[in-house]
Design a protein around this ligand. Structure first.
Ligand code: GRF
Length: 192
């Protein structure tokens, strides 16, 4: 695990595929004086990801590589991560599965946010699954990324109540609000 050395912030890349609300929130967090991380690179597999606008807004380097050929894309990203001296990766709505080899190179240094109370509901459509199963509690989890999908060590979780009127969309909105608090809290927990 990377530890904070002196006053230097840990150079971090955020990987996204879509809206990027967690990305925006992490950028804001990174600018706080005692945040352990700085965000120095935004990567997306999707050139149309709305979240890419934050690289322009906050003047952060961005890179886009489609994952049509995952091996080629990963080799490209690894080179950029090395060049930019990135030490830590936050996945935030990144919809591609990284290879075992890639994860090994950043072992213990990649984390992800997932919209369920892991180990419940790995993978996609978590909000729909929780509602279909008439769960009373849903939530979100920040965890280390390992080769097994959504299965790495849990760093923090936050519960969110499901009301009778909730739809997958309304539940997703409620959980996302909590994600924005949980992700920075998990990063602080790792490094402090
Ligand atoms: C979040 O719900 C996150 O947990 C999941 O994908 C969503 C991304 O949202 N992995 P955003 O792009 O950060 O707004």
């Amino acid at each position: 695990m990377v530890k904070l050395t002196g006053l230097k912030k840990i150079k971090t890349a955020v990987f996204i595929s879509g809206a990027g609300s967690n990305l925006k929130n992490l950028i804001k967090f990174s600018k706080i004086k005692n945040s352990p991380i700085s965000i120095d690179l935004i990567f997306s597999n999707n050139s149309k990801a709305k979240g890419l606008r934050f690289s322009r807004q906050f003047k952060i380097k961005e890179n886009v590589s489609s994952f049509k050929n995952p091996k080629v894309a990963e080799t490209k990203i690894l080179n950029i991560l090395k060049k930019e001296n990135i030490k830590f990766i936050c996945l935030a709505g990144f919809m591609k599965v990284l290879s075992k080899d890639f994860i090994k190179k950043f072992s213990g240094r990649i984390i992800n946010i997932h919209p369920s109370l892991l180990p419940k509901y790995k993978g996609l459509d978590t909000h729909m699954k929780a509602i279909k199963n008439r769960d009373k509690i849903a939530g979100c989890t920040v965890h280390f990324v390992t080769a097994k999908l959504d299965s790495g060590k849990i760093i923090l979780r936050k519960e969110v109540k499901i009301s009778k009127r909730d739809t997958p969309t309304s539940l997703a909105k409620k959980i996302l609000k909590e994600e924005h608090k949980l992700y920075p809290a998990a990063i602080k927990k790792i490094f402090n």
